[in-house]
Design a protein. Structure first.
Ligand code: NDP
Length: 464
């Protein structure tokens, strides 16, 4: 009964605690979702103190409950003619400020809890972009690794055969994420068009010849570097000559390296799920072009880098270690760009010990709660994912605008808009943190700023 009849003058800390208990009870066995919700709710306390109407109208209870969850069977034939079955998902989390928007992830680890955490994060991230986009996320436990192009196509067509009922250019606009790049978006778009007999901007991350936007593939990595530049500016510093450690070697990592080189920094690591490479000479443009071909065309493994470039070292993943040695490589900046919870408390301690003064999160929720606490307590420049990697979805928003207007902006125009959006996001987070009494704490700033816009729109729209 107490959850239903929560006392009107209950303190904010107790209210947050109570909502957290409800979230855990209603969403058992979803630790990543609990983690993402806790991180946001814990930061919102000063905003809830200032705005008692949010508690009165049960905004936290409402914002943590997805508007709609779709879960469906995805049957497809492999190349041997054997039937295969995967599970497909789409979480339509919140549409208070715009149609649902968020990527599709294809990875064997995908489950309901992981997609709910991603969809929840997406709500606040999209709010920060300044564009009118609600939050969603989807995907499947299908593993594209080792599959032929035809197998990937048959999977994508089957997945879209169900998803097409629920999405649309004014309803829900998916995009890429882990395991979903240009090839997958092409297959998904083709099947949507065929089933709906409509050529529209229903997906973003499309190739240029089907309504894509210039700079979209680059946007998340570029944005994460632009965010780092903004953080450095507040301390009168630049990226010039700084050693940078980067995890992952996919879309986000590749364009992070490219933009770091533009700013004169020295990227020295990349990784995949088998291990990481460290190149003491730095990853230059020529080596990056080789990595892009390896990953995007030949679909090879990062350990091949150390065979090709002799001074580089490859360190394989050691499952017996309770930390990732990548995060012990001495550097000034870190760009985690692979996956969630890739930095634990021990990794964070190693980073601080080895000189890291700036973390800009390309991946979603790459740092555990304990790791974040260490970064915040150490007062290093810490750019949380929902702010630092918002460049990807922001540019997806720009792709939607171009599709609606049926025109294409130049590379320079999209890049300039992306850059200005990142500058605005950083400013908003920075000023909000100061306004709520914790200057420099961009986690608090991002969570409060992202939340306020969505929560106010929810209040204005009544109990829906
Ligand atoms: P890609 O699939 O292009 O690349 C993912 C990279 O991370 C690969 O190198 C992959 O290695 C590695 N990786 C994935 N899962 C794991 C794991 N469990 N353990 C170790 N390494 C892993 O994905 P993206 O670059 O698009 O996405 C990377 C991160 O950025 C994700 O957290 C995503 O949510 C986030 N992001 C992406 C955006 C985008 O626009 N693409 C936008 C905003 C956030 P392997 O090949 O061995 O699996």
């Amino acid at each position: 009964m107490s959850a239903v009849l929560s006392p009107p003058h209950q303190g904010v800390a107790e209210y947050v605690d109570q909502v957290m208990q409800i979230v855990k009870a209603k969403n058992p066995a979803e630790p990543e979702f609990h983690q993402a919700v806790f991180e946001v709710l814990d930061c919102l306390k000063p905003a809830l103190e200032r705005h008692p109407e949010f508690q009165k109208e049960k905004i936290l209870e409402r914002i943590t409950e997805p508007e709609r969850v779709l879960m469906f069977r995805v049957p497809w034939f492999d190349d041997k003619g054997s039937p295969q079955v995967n599970r497909g998902f789409r979480i339509e989390m919140n549409s208070a400020i715009g149609p649902y928007k968020g990527g599709l992830r294809l990875h064997p680890s995908v489950n309901l809890g992981i997609l709910k955490f991603l969809a929840f994060e997406q709500v606040f991230k999209n709010s920060l972009t300044t564009l009118p986009m609600g939050g969603g996320k989807g995907g499947s436990d299908f593993d594209p690794k080792g599959k032929s192009d035809n197998e990937v196509m048959r999977f994508c067509q089957s997945f879209m055969s169900e998803l097409q009922r629920h999405i649309g250019p004014d309803t829900d606009i998916p995009a890429g994420d882990i395991g979903v790049g240009g090839r997958e978006i092409g297959y998904l778009f083709g099947q949507y068009k065929r089933l709906r007999n409509e050529f529209s901007g229903v997906l973003t991350g499309k190739a240029m010849d089907m309504g894509g936007s210039l700079i979209r593939p680059e946007a998340t990595g570029y944005g994460s570097v632009y965010f780092a530049v903004e953080m450095l500016k507040t301390r009168g510093d630049t990226l010039e000559g700084k050693e940078c450690i980067i995890s992952g070697s996919g879309n986000v990592s590749q364009y992070t390296v490219e933009k770091l080189l533009d700013f004169g920094a020295k990227p020295v690591t990349l990784s995949d799920s088998d291990g990481f490479i460290y190149d003491p000479d730095g990853i230059d443009r020529e080596k990056l072009a080789w990595v892009m071909d390896l990953k995007n065309n030949r679909r090879g493994r990062i350990k091949e880098y150390a065979v090709k470039f002799k001074k580089a070292m490859f360190t394989p993943v050691d499952k017996n270690l309770d930390y990732n040695p990548l995060w012990s490589v001495p550097a000034f900046c870190a760009f985690p760009s692979a996956t969630q919870n890739e930095i634990n408390a021990k990794d964070a301690a190693n980073m601080l010990k080895h000189g890291v003064k700036l973390v800009s999160e390309g991946a979603n929720m790459p740092s555990s709660l304990e790791a974040i606490k260490q970064f915040v307590d150490a007062k290093i420049m810490y750019g949380p994912a929902k702010a630092a990697n918002a460049g990807g979805v922001a540019t997806s928003g720009l792709e939607m605008s171009q599709n609606s207007m049926r025109l294409t902006w130049s590379r320079e125009e999209v890049d300039e808009r992306l850059h200005n959006i990142i500058i605005a996001i950083h400013k908003n987070c920075y000023e909000t943190a100061a306004e709520y009494g914790q200057p420099g704490n961009l986690v608090l700033g991002a969570n409060i700023a992202g939340f306020l816009k969505v929560a106010n729109a929810m209040l204005e729209q009544g109990l829906v």
